[in-house]
Design a protein around this ligand. Structure first.
Ligand code: PLP
Length: 387
């Protein structure tokens, strides 16, 4: 009954793990949740007040498909001020989260059989999104020993005449990798040499720690070929549930994405766009506050971990996750099996590395509150030592 396209899609193991954890919680069990994919932080009152104001003003009708102009203007100005880009409204599309921005890009760019180079470990949705658009995901592996960074030569060797695009996730889920200016520029150069499109997923740009700079591909627009930057209000402003993201690209690409968006969602929810506008207008205060909280949680997470586990972890440089090998946890076998067992027997939820293209690893989130992080790390340590 279902299409071949859908039946060949792998189910989301992350969602399956979350569903199992939720079922346990409903049954009254204490579950230690190290899977949280968002900063567990209440949204700024500046944002919630904007939602109330939008509702009171009756802003509940369809938005323009590309987004309300106030938000497109503010988002492009914010990118320009933050990263020295030269975007305006015509380069800016508002989407239902960064995720749908990525989906639109693959739908608009790929012909059947076109290849997209994806760097592993990758965010779980990239290969499926490429395949749903009729493309082929070409995975380039990186290693923990090389700091999970890809080399320009690795990308060069993965390209052929069918290659249409390269997707870069800087700052990275799940490894926390942050690329330097030189490294970003090297990747842009390869893309230009191979005449392929760069899709830069930068949804964690605000969550970069230890005062490191974040280098956006947007800084290189005009110097190098075709670049689309995907951004989001989700993680940067702790408003994941409002589902507001952005694509920044040249106006011809934005018009194409607008057509696909017009034939699918009709655009992001109007009141959420007003909320995102408030977030961006107050980015100078909201973003550093969220980063400070997350930096503190990252520090507490690493300190607690390193005080109980024999094998220390290096502080993740960005995002919300540590990517840890099963071997460092004293485990072996498949990461999915290991996570299922931890959940079933220890009530500890982690995310397996396999769906990120990195078997032998697990993703451990530090997105939750300090108390939860400390309790969960102790529970994990206790379980592993007594299993
Ligand atoms: N890209 C990466 C790497 C992510 O981790 C996520 C969410 O977890 C997204 C994109 C999509 O985020 P959103 O759709 O909430 O903007």
């Amino acid at each position: 009954m279902l299409s071949d396209r859908i039946t060949s899609l792998p189910p989301s193991e992350t969602l399956a793990m979350n569903a199992r954890a939720a079922a346990k919680r409903r049954a009254g069990e204490r579950v230690y949740n190290l899977t949280v994919g968002e900063p567990a932080i209440r949204v700024s009152p500046l944002v919630s007040d904007a939602v109330v104001r939008a509702l009171e003003a009756g802003k509940t009708q369809y938005p323009p498909v590309a987004g309300i102009v106030e938000l497109r203007d503010a988002a492009s100005s914010w990118m320009n001020a933050s990263f020295g880009s030269v975007y305006d409204r015509t380069h800016t599309l508002v989407t239902t989260g960064g995720k749908f921005g990525l989906y639109l890009l693959f739908q608009a760019l790929l012909n059947p059989g076109d290849e997209v180079v994806i760097i592993a470990p990758y965010w779980v949705s990239y290969p499926s999104m490429v395949e749903l658009a009729g493309g082929r995901a070409i995975v380039v592996q990186t290693t923990e020993a090389a700091g999970w960074k890809v080399s320009p030569d690795d990308i060069r060797s993965a390209c052929n005449e069918k290659t249409k695009a390269l997707i870069i996730n800087n700052a990275s889920n799940p490894t926390g990798v942050v690329y330097t200016r030189e490294e970003v520029e090297q990747l842009m150069l390869v893309a230009q040499e191979k005449n392929i499109f760069v899709i830069s997923d930068e949804v964690y740009s605000g969550l970069v720690y230890d005062n490191q700079p974040f280098i956006s591909c947007a800084s290189f627009v005009g110097k190098y070929g075709n670049i689309a930057v995907v951004q989001s209000a989700s993680k940067n402003f702790a408003m994941t549930g409002m589902r507001v993201g952005f694509v920044f690209a040249n106006p011809a690409i934005i018009s194409a994405l607008e057509i696909v968006q017009g034939q699918s969602t009709s655009g992001a929810a109007t009141i959420c766009q007003w909320a995102a506008l408030a977030a961006i207008e107050h980015a100078d205060s909201i973003l550093p506050d969220i980063r400070t909280v997350m930096q503190h949680r990252r520090d507490v997470f690493v300190q607690t971990w390193n005080s109980v586990f024999h094998t220390p972890i290096k502080p993740p440089q960005s995002a919300l996750y540590a990517f840890v090998s099963l071997a460092d946890l004293g485990l072996s076998g498949s990461s999915t099996q290991a996570c299922l067992e931890l959940l079933e027997r220890g009530n500890i939820a982690l995310v397996p590395g396999a769906p990120f293209g990195a078997e032998g690893y697990v993703r451990i989130s530090f997105g939750d509150t300090e108390d939860e992080l400390i309790a969960s790390i102790h529970a994990l340590h206790h379980f592993l030592n007594n299993a």
